[in-house]
Design a protein around this ligand. Structure first.
Ligand SMILES: Cc1cc2nc3c(=O)[nH]c(=O)nc-3n(C[C@H](O)[C@H](O)[C@H](O)COP(=O)(O)OP(=O)(O)OC[C@H]3O[C@@H](n4cnc5c(N)ncnc54)[C@H](O)[C@@H]3O)c2cc1C
Ligand SMILES: NC(=O)c1ccc[n+]([C@@H]2O[C@H](COP(=O)([O-])OP(=O)(O)OC[C@H]3O[C@@H](n4cnc5c(N)ncnc54)[C@H](O)[C@@H]3O)[C@@H](O)[C@H]2O)c1
Length: 474
């Protein structure tokens, strides 16, 4: 039975744990999927490599408003796809080869594994292995509704939809989360007829209600949006296309013909495939592994010696920048068990790279008001991109910055942005929240470049009705 100093399940964020510290120790890297995990192979990176060209392809609509007539002649999808995956697949394969062939102290197991005890594992091919320390970084996977026709080749998840021959002409997107929003924009940008259908009435669940409402209006302005319908079946039309059948709460049917269907109805942690019962590990309500602030896995509420978890299997953010930070904490804790560090989840931002973009950090207005003792100390400001000089240049009619703050302290509690490069505009606000810089200090401390689009953030900060100290910079 091979024994290791460290066994890592998952080569996504888990791959970064093999630091020089382990050079003279034995490490098992175990991954039953494609080397490099979700972000590299089927997640953040390839999606954004589609998002950017799709945003260029969508430019004629915007340019026309400004008096410039452009046309989108052709989307060479297959060429674009092969360029993207030519780059990504090579990175994944180089990473795999490095771990498999070039590091004498690392054994790469390319198969799935299950726990048989807290630090004992069994691979699909029957190898039993033990380790002093184990890190579970086994990620999450897409959920598929159990309806007739779900197995048809036209039905995709984000894992497969970027590899199709195309471009498709008619796309049905099921769901209303980040993945649905990003792919609806990609296919719309490339000229497909997109119908996005969701069970609930609200898009981008968990976002500030005002931003989610504005995003729904912007989406409905671009592609077909049908809310309140649940997927019932996918029917094979026997001509290469399918009909996607939905029903609302009253049983009214919606039937949409499509070349492809993208199921974007959420992701679940892979704990159900890991044999966590045999290890005795605790699960949280959302089926992630329960961990303490040091990211040690819990069993019966107590940390299991030497066993850590990180990423989508251990948190409900399902964001790569969170998984990366957790990996840094776990790497430290593995190397310094006598000086454990904790994970800090202050001001975790996210961005949805749709059209328009959405970005957010901290509390929504509703959550802030719920959390405020009497509800009286919360102030908000809503600033349209169109109120700034750069917004005039763009003739922008949609972009908006919404800020939530505490009146008495000037503490920024939340920031929510929709519009052009929202993912960039949010960053100074993330910095302010992470380092506890008050609203008036952020607005008047640094210079803000004129007439950059960042002025919309500056103006939103100035519009917040917070108490301003007398000596604040002018
Ligand atoms: C389409 C899409 C777009 C996204 N875009 C963004 C974005 O723009 N920004 C952002 O922050 N986040 C984004 N995310 C989320 C982000 O990709 C994930 O949060 C992140 O990759 C999770 O990393 P991880 O290390 O936890 O898991 P993963 O990278 O998924 O790694 C887990 C690995 O474990 C392996 N594994 C699982 N079970 C077993 C087992 N039993 N035995 C052996 N191996 C196993 C899997 O094969 C996999 O390789 C996106 C996700 C998707 C799907
Ligand atoms: N830019 C980013 O940071 C980014 C991009 C993509 C994904 N991600 C991560 O990936 C995770 C998964 O994304 P997601 O969009 O799949 O999940 P999600 O949980 O955000 O959204 C899924 C949506 O599908 C709907 N739904 C579920 N079942 C349905 C059904 N049968 N019929 C119709 N609608 C149904 C739900 O109401 C929900 O709104 C997210 O939590 C996110 O953190 C991040």
């Amino acid at each position: 039975m091979p024994h290791y100093d460290l066994a890592i399940i998952g080569s996504g964020s888990g791959n970064s744990l093999i630091t020089p510290f382990w050079d003279d120790r034995k490490v098992a890297m175990i991954d039953g999927g494609v080397f490099g995990g979700t972000c590299l192979n089927v997640g953040c990176i390839p999606t954004k490599m589609f998002v950017y060209p799709a945003s260029l392809a969508a430019a004629p609509r915007e340019a026309a408003r400004l008096g410039v007539d452009l046309s989108r002649d052709k989307v060479r999808w297959n060429e674009l796809r092969d360029r993207i995956f030519g780059r990504i697949d090579a990175v994944s394969e180089a990473g795999r080869r490095y771990r498999a062939d070039e590091l004498a102290h690392v054994d790469l197991y390319q198969e799935h594994v299950r726990f048989t005890g807290p630090r004992t594992l069994s691979t699909e091919s029957g190898v039993e292995l033990t380790a002093d320390r184990v890190v579970v970084a086994a990620g999450s996977r897409a959920v598929l509704s159990d309806v007739p026709g779900i197995g048809l080749p036209q039905v995709h998840t984000s894992d497969t939809v970027m590899r199709i021959d195309g471009p498709p002409e008619r796309v049905v997107v099921v769901g209303c989360g980040y993945i649905a929003a990003e792919f609806a924009a990609v296919f719309h940008g490339f000229g497909a007829e997109v119908t996005q259908v969701n069970r609930s009435q609200r898009l981008l669940r968990g976002n500030d209600a005002e931003i989610a409402g504005r995003f729904a209006a912007a989406a409905a302005d671009r592609w077909k949006l049908r809310l309140g319908f649940s997927l019932q079946a996918v029917e094979d039309n026997r001509d290469g296309s399918v009909t996607v059948v939905f029903a609302d709460g009253d049983g009214k049917q919606l039937r949409v013909a499509a070349d492809i269907v993208l199921m974007a109805t959420g992701r679940v942690p892979n704990t159900d495939r890991l044999g966590v019962d045999a290890a005795g590990f605790d699960l949280a309500g959302d089926q992630t592994l329960s961990v303490d602030a040091n990211l040690r896995v819990l069993a019966g509420g107590m940390p299991v010696d030497g066993v850590y978890a990180l990423g989508d299997i251990a948190n409900s953010y399902q964001l790569k920048h969170v998984a990366n930070r957790e990996a840094r904490v776990v790497a430290h804790n593995l190397e310094h068990p006598d000086r454990l560090r904790t994970i800090d989840c202050t001001a975790v931002p996210f961005a949805v790279f749709s059209n328009p973009q959405v970005a957010s950090v901290g509390l929504t207005e509703d959550a802030a008001r719920e959390q405020a003792a009497a509800g009286a100390d919360i102030v908000t400001a809503v600033q349209d991109y169109g109120s700034t000089a750069y917004g005039w240049a763009m003739e922008d009619e949609e972009g908006v910055v919404k800020l939530v703050a505490e009146r008495s302290t000037g503490r920024l509690l939340g920031a929510h942005i929709m519009g052009h490069e929202a993912s960039l505009l949010i960053q100074p606000l993330v910095q302010a929240m992470a380092t506890d810089v008050a609203v008036h200090q952020l607005a008047r401390g640094p210079y803000w470049i004129h007439p950059a689009l960042t002025e919309v953030v500056e103006n939103a900060l100035l519009a917040l009705d917070v108490e301003v100290p007398a000596d604040v910079p002018l």
